[in-house]
Ligand binder design. Structure first.
Ligand code: ATP
Length: 244
């Protein structure tokens, strides 16, 4: 469903994503793990068409994100990292805008908003302006827009960031449920979340895939990912960006 092939992205002379390849099938939840600056968000932006690759290809449902961007994007629900914006409109208006941008109108749009508001427990905030929302509620509004068109692929950049513990549980249950008929890629710094949710993990370091394995294969005897994560990424200095 999602296929990245030798993706490369440079910012000036700095290579943020350096030949990343992987595939994600429907029914799978794949975790992108890596230190700050490893290249996770940039990879996700390449997959969703919000950045264009310098080399390589990304396909969703067989559609090339560059050559067939509209068709590919119709299949993608994307939750960007630290999503914000749209301060003056209400959550309902934001969802309506997101739906119309995806060509959902009228009764179908109202039904879609009802459905996702229920799913992410957003009903009590629908009348509030985006600028008035706390971080966790804003995250829920953006989560809802990613689900609005019932996409076949979900690309979620730190989906539980800012959520309270109850909402984290709810979001994880939602992701697990969505995986029944979707391909899901998520990034997280919460290794327990990857242990709990992911069938497979892809560890990215300095823009490269250093491991792509079933989550099970990276767990230690206590069922923890942390030792393998430290070993795979611990030696790498955090990349603030720019040329070394
Ligand atoms: P984090 O876990 O901190 O969110 P990440 O793995 O998602 O990190 P990216 O956001 O993909 O990392 O960034 C990878 C590298 O590319 C970083 O060094 C970052 O500074 C750099 N980078 C990302 N976007 C740009 C940009 N628009 N211009 C210049 N450099 C950028």
């Amino acid at each position: 469903m999602i296929k990245a092939e030798k993706l490369v992205k440079r910012f000036g002379r700095f290579t943020a994503v350096d030949g990343v390849s992987f595939r994600v099938s429907s029914g799978q939840i794949v975790g992108l793990l890596g230190a700050n600056g490893a290249g996770k968000s940039t990879t996700m932006r390449l997959l969703t068409g919000y950045l264009s690759a310098d080399q390589g290809t990304a396909r969703v449902g067989g559609f090339d994100i560059t050559a067939n961007r509209d068709a590919a994007q119709r299949l993608i629900g994307y939750l960007p990292e630290s999503a914000g914006g749209f301060p003056q409109i209400t959550v309902r208006e934001f969802l309506a805008f997101a739906g119309e941008a995806r060509n959902i109108w009228g009764a179908e749009l109202r039904d879609a908003i009802d459905r996702v508001s229920e799913m992410v427990d957003l009903n009590s905030a629908l009348h509030r302006r985006m600028s008035e929302l706390s971080k966790g509620w804003r995250q829920r509004a953006w989560f809802a827009q990613a689900l609005l068109h019932d996409p076949s692929a979900l690309i979620l950049d730190e989906p539980t960031d800012g959520l309270d513990p109850n909402q984290k549980d709810r979001a994880r249950a939602l992701i697990r449920d969505a995986a029944k008929d979707k391909a899901i890629i998520l990034s997280t710094h919460i290794l327990e979340e990857a242990e709990e949710l992911c069938d497979r993990v892809i560890v990215i370091d300095h823009g490269r895939v250093v491991r792509d394995l079933p989550c099970q294969d990276l767990l230690d005897e206590r069922g923890r990912l942390a030792p393998a994560f430290r070993q795979l990424t611990g030696g790498s200095a955090e990349r603030p960006g720019g040329n070394p």
